[in-house]
Write a protein that binds this ligand. Structure first.
Ligand SMILES: NC(=O)c1ccc[n+]([C@@H]2O[C@H](COP(=O)([O-])OP(=O)(O)OC[C@H]3O[C@@H](n4cnc5c(N)ncnc54)[C@H](O)[C@@H]3O)[C@@H](O)[C@H]2O)c1
Length: 317
């Protein structure tokens, strides 16, 4: 790697979050956005976030001013990319925008710059196919915000070089992320496929009148997700039968098999069920309280991360 310089291309919600993740890990970060005022606005938001992160010990011991000092706006895309080892693209989730932008990225970036997209769901082959440097391109999909949620999906296209994937994994680990290195691309990658399966069942249960939205949330936050937050579903089932995963599959597959046929029917998320879900949610959280609740969520996430870090140290991971 030439130098620890990262170009943040598109400085909205996700771009500015990546800026924090890179700068916190010691990278020099250059922010560029086609909306000229956007990088400065992102930096102003980052100023507020860094104070919170420093107070919660989420900056790896660095102080907020040092992290902020590593970030600067770039006037042009070429300036942002000059000498960058990594470019993280965070443009809107629109294939036409991504295609046009990636042609520019590939033309302007040096040959050893890794080009990564934050795209939530577009497989990388769809915007890198015709590019001369397509072997150094991949998707690096975060869960927002990546400075608080470590898992990221590294997704290769059929032509992404193995060396690109190895370098990307090393960079992600260096940032303190927890990379999921996919072997090949697939719509929805890994996390959104799992989240989609769970959400679809949640919508189906509420649409069928079996339970409330709050019951679903209770089932996760006070039930399943307590274990999942430090083990995941495979380790969970490995520990839920005396003989481990195979024993679990033998004992319990028949229960799930009975359910699956009734889980195939699609639910229209925008149909009548959304009225019920929205009504129940707004009764618990009025719309005007949503912004404050976002801050609450971030504070809870930080507290959970601190707990996970301490528990891993004291109990083991
Ligand atoms: N919001 C999330 O929770 C989330 C999570 C993971 C991934 N993503 C993905 O990250 C990407 C960005 O999402 P976001 O939520 O930050 O959106 P956003 O609307 O907050 O920000 C998008 C930014 O891209 C800029 N932009 C517009 N055209 C551009 C171009 N041609 N080149 C570069 N920048 C351009 C906009 O000015 C804006 O600042 C999307 O692909 C999205 O799917 C979002």
């Amino acid at each position: 790697m030439t130098e620890q310089v990262a170009a943040i291309v598109g400085t909205g919600l996700v771009g500015r979050a990546w800026a924090i993740a890179f700068a916190r890990a010691g990278w020099e970060v250059r922010l560029w956005d086609p909306v000229a005022a956007a990088p400065a606005a992102a930096l102003a938001t980052i100023d507020g976030l860094l104070a919170d992160l420093a107070a919660q010990d989420m900056l790896n011991g660095a102080d907020a001013a040092a992290v902020r000092g590593r970030m600067a706006s770039a006037a042009t895309l070429a300036e942002a990319l000059a000498g960058a080892a990594w470019a993280q693209e965070n443009a809107p989730e629109d294939l036409a925008i991504k295609r046009a932008l990636w042609r520019e990225l590939d033309a302007l970036a040096g040959p050893s710059t890794i080009l990564a997209s934050s795209t939530s769901a577009i497989v990388p082959s769809r915007f890198t196919e015709g590019l001369a440097g397509r072997a150094r391109c991949l998707t690096c999909h975060p869960i927002n915000p990546p400075y608080l949620i470590p898992a990221v999906e590294l997704v290769p296209s059929p032509w992404t070089a193995a060396d690109t994937m190895a370098r990307a994994e090393a960079v992600a680990r260096g940032l303190g992320q927890a990379p999921i290195v996919m072997k090949r691309e697939l719509d929805g990658f890994v996390m959104n496929r799992m989240q989609g399966a769970l959400l679809e069942e949640a919508f189906r249960l509420v649409a069928g009148g079996y339970c409330t939205t709050e019951d679903i949330d209770t089932g996760l936050k006070d039930g399943l997700a307590l274990r999942w937050s430090f083990m995941g579903p495979f380790e969970t089932i490995d520990l839920n039968a005396p003989g481990g995963v195979r024993d679990y599959a033998q004992r319990y597959q028949q229960i799930y098999e009975r359910l699956f046929p009734s889980m195939q029917r699609r639910v229209d998320w925008s149909g009548p069920v959304i009225d019920r879900i929205e009504q129940e949610r707004r009764a618990r959280l009025p719309a005007e309280d949503l912004p404050e609740r976002h801050r609450w969520r971030d504070r809870r996430l930080m507290a959970l991360l601190r707990h996970k870090r301490n528990a891993a140290r004291e109990i083991g991971s």
